[in-house]
Design a protein around this ligand. Structure first.
Ligand code: FAD
Ligand code: UDP
Length: 383
């Protein structure tokens, strides 16, 4: 084993697969392990029984301003140019999310909206965007009241559903991912490069991992093969002197020795319906008291043409309890959890050739482009 591979990488999502490719091209022999029976991590997609291409772990839309990341991934795929638009179902009303000047008209009516628009533009400028926190703490009483409206109708209940705690306990960096727009742009993301891979995410990963220096082993739990003791890493019981890149949960890697890191999970309910079009949008967010947060209809995102069938996905947030079949999806960012993560990070630092990388391992809210950028930089630094 130690003679055969220069690096063992755990997890075939973006973190692991990007590192594998870069190291392989640098002449390193890489063993890439994943416990799932497929590559792609949470970006994995496949056709369901009716032939509709679905994202098995929730809707994934690629978007970035990072040209280097875009160009790297574009070696393995073309993009369909899809620009994500989200409709909010806010009680009886339907309005664009992020909340923008059109949402303002739907919520307040023409006259009041025109007056608020003038105030918004005067305060923040036209075609700008602000955080909900900034609007709620505005100096102007009317803008503060608008901030409360948007908070209560778009953020408060959705956030409580998503995270299972009152919205006030959720880190503001999380809700700030969705801005308030002083303009008419109704796209969810405004990045320069956006889209879905023309074929599929899975095809992108297949091409990225198609390299003579990469060996992929699926259905393999790396925690059963890696051991850490006294500054040494053992793989299958033998000392391994190469690089180990780990993109799973750090508490699991170290036998939960400092306790379990909390994560948030989701229950996914897929439904295939005998119709062409269910909701007219890629995603509709349900921001009030429905038990689910959003419904995604994949055909609108992939552009796939299938008559008389469509598949939709309901997302029900859940706590992650490490039960059979449950998957941790989101780190829960609060000081206590970050402190616990820091202990595992320190433990990992005892092994200089070990790197925790990725959304679970680093306990970060990475988008696909950000983790790709991080993986590119890290793998190049090894070379
Ligand atoms: P993952 O994709 O989770 O890959 C980690 C891999 O490691 C998994 O395949 C896992 O099986 C494997 N693994 C873990 N432990 C072990 C072990 N012990 N042994 C073997 N294998 C192991 N980002 C966007 O940019 N746009 C979006 O629209 C978007 N939508 C999202 C929607 C949802 C519902 C979720 C949950 C995430 C979304 N993301 C989106 C984020 C995106 O999924 C992540 O940025 C990306 O998956 C992170 O890649 P990763 O390699 O760190 O982790
Ligand atoms: N959010 C909200 N209402 C919405 C959309 C998002 O309150 O209609 C909040 C919620 O707290 C969510 C966060 O903003 O967790 C980030 O939203 P994003 O769409 O980026 O979440 P993701 O796609 O990563 O689940």
């Amino acid at each position: 084993m130690k003679k055969q591979y220069d690096a063992v990488i755990v997890g075939a999502g973006f973190a692991g697969s990007v590192c594998a490719r870069v190291l392989a091209e640098g002449g390193r022999r890489v063993l890439l392990l994943d416990r799932r029976d497929h590559i792609g991590g949470n970006a994995y997609d496949e056709k369901d029984e009716s032939g509709v291409l679905i994202h098995k772990y929730g809707p994934h839309i690629f978007h970035t301003n990072d040209r280097e990341v875009y160009e790297f991934l574009s070696r393995f795929t073309e993009w369909n140019g899809y620009q994500h638009r989200v409709l909010g179902r806010v009680g009886e009303l339907s309005m664009p999310i992020p909340f923008n000047l059109d949402s303002l008209r739907i919520a307040y009516g023409e006259e009041e909206a025109a007056s608020l628009e003038a105030l918004l533009v005067q305060t923040y400028g036209r075609d700008t965007q602000i955080t909900i926190g900034a609007l709620r703490s505005s100096d102007d009483e009317r803008l503060r009241a608008l901030g409360e409206y948007v908070y209560e109708h778009i953020f408060l209940h959705y956030t409580a559903k998503q995270w299972g705690v009152p919205a006030s306990e959720v880190d503001s960096s999380v809700t700030s991912r969705v801005p308030v727009r002083i303009g008419h742009d109704d796209r969810y993301f405004v990045d320069t490069y956006q889209g879905l891979p023309t074929d599929s995410f899975t095809a992108l990963f297949e091409r990225m991992l198609d390299h003579e220096n990469i060996t992929v082993t699926l259905g393999c739990d790396a925690c059963e093969r890696l051991t850490f003791a006294n500054g040494e890493i053992l793989f299958d019981g033998e000392v391994f002197l190469g690089d180990v890149i780990y993109s799973g949960m750090p508490d699991e890697l170290f036998g939960y020795k400092y306790g379990r890191l909390p994560y948030r999970s989701l229950d996914f309910e897929f439904k295939t319906l005998d119709m062409d079009d269910f909701q007219g949008y890629g995603t509709v967010n349900y921001t009030m008291h429905e038990p689910y947060t959003r419904i995604t209809e994949f055909k609108h995102m992939t552009g796939q043409r299938i008559e008389g069938k469509t598949t939709v996905l309901y997302e029900y947030p859940r706590s992650y309890e490490a039960k059979e079949g449950q998957i941790p999806y989101y780190a829960i960012l609060n000081p206590e959890n970050l402190a616990l993560h820091a202990r595992y990070r320190e433990e990992a630092a005892l092994y200089p050739r070990l790197r925790l990388l990725g959304r679970l391992a680093e306990y970060k809210y990475y988008n696909m482009d950000a983790i790709t950028g991080e993986a590119l930089r890290f793998a190049r630094s090894i070379l």
